[in-house]
Design a protein. Structure first.
Length: 245
C-alpha cells in the first residue's frame, strides 16, 4: 500500500464508527502508526473533517424547508422553493468539499508544483519534525538514506560543509522520496536541507542560483543542481541563510 493509497482509504476513517472494522482501514491505520508523514496527515485530516462537519451543522436551514419536505413526502414532488433550498445547500456542500480537497492534499494538478512542495516541507519544519537517525557522521547519514531509497547524490553548500550534521529522515512527496538532513546552526538554530529528484517535482528550480522565499516564520532557499532539487529552511534570520552560499 502506497502513501497516497493509504490517504484515500483513511478518508473513510471515523473513530468509534463501524467502518473502523474495514480491513483496508485497519491496514492503513497500521501503516500510519509507523509513518510520521501519514500520522501528521491523519491528524490534519481529522481536524479539517471536524471543522467541515461543524460548518455543515451551522448552515441555516431555509425557512419552510421542513414543511416542503413533508409535503413532498405526501405529493412525491418538490416545489420551486424546495428546489431552491436544496440548491443552496448543495452549493454550500460543494464549497466545503472543495476546501477539504485542497486542504488535505487529495491533489489536483495545481497542487503538485514546487510551491506546494516547498509549503509542505516547511510545515514539517514548523512541527519540529524529528530525525529518524541521529548522527554527526555524513557518511553514516548517506548510507542510511541510501538504504531507504532516498536521494544521496547531493552536494552541500560552502556554509553547510562547515556545519555539524545532526541527523536525517525520509519524507514522501506525492509518493516520491525526499531526503532531509538537519544541521546545527549553533546559536542560530537548526538548518533543514530537503533533497528530491528534480523530475519528481513539476516546475522545480532550473538554476543553481538560490531563490529566497519566506514562509511564515521560516526563511527558505531553493535551487537545483545535477538532477537534484534542494530546499534549505531555517527559523533564523534570512541573512544567516544567505551566509550558507
Amino acid at each position: 500500500m502506497t502513501t497516497d493509497e493509504a490517504k484515500r482509504i483513511l478518508c473513510r476513517y471515523r473513530p468509534n464508527h463501524p467502518e473502523d472494522q474495514d480491513e483496508e482501514v485497519l491496514l492503513a491505520l497500521r501503516l500510519a502508526a509507523g509513518n510520521r508523514e501519514l500520522q501528521d496527515w491523519l491528524a490534519e485530516y481529522r481536524t479539517v473533517d471536524r471543522r467541515i462537519r461543524e460548518q455543515f451543522q451551522a448552515l441555516p436551514v431555509p425557512r419552510g424547508l421542513l414543511a416542503e419536505i413533508r409535503v413532498d413526502q405526501r405529493r412525491r414532488r418538490i416545489s420551486h422553493f424546495g428546489r431552491r433550498g436544496a440548491l443552496a445547500l448543495s452549493v454550500a456542500a460543494v464549497l466545503l468539499v472543495s476546501f477539504f480537497v485542497l486542504k488535505m492534499g487529495i491533489h489536483p494538478e495545481s497542487q503538485a508544483g514546487f510551491a506546494a512542495y516547498r509549503e509542505r516541507m516547511a510545515r514539517s519544519v514548523l512541527r519540529d519534525y524529528r530525525m529518524s537517525l541521529l548522527s554527526e557522521n555524513l557518511g553514516e547519514i548517506r548510507g542510511y538514506l541510501r538504504n531507504l531509497s532516498g536521494t544521496t547524490a547531493w552536494q552541500l553548500t560552502p556554509g553547510l560543509e562547515k556545519a555539524k550534521p545532526v541527523g536525517c529522515a525520509l519524507l514522501h512527496w506525492r509518493n516520491h522520496p525526499v531526503s532531509i538532513v538537519c544541521f546545527d546552526g549553533s546559536q542560530n538554530g537548526f538548518l533543514y536541507l530537503f533533497m528530491v529528484a528534480s523530475v519528481d517535482v513539476p516546475d522545480a528550480p532550473a538554476s543553481v542560483t538560490p531563490v529566497f522565499v519566506s514562509i511564515g516564520k521560516l526563511s527558505t532557499a531553493s535551487w537545483s543542481d545535477n538532477g537534484v532539487s534542494y530546499l534549505l529552511a531555517t527559523r533564523a534570520d534570512p541573512d544567516f541563510l544567505k551566509q550558507q552560499f
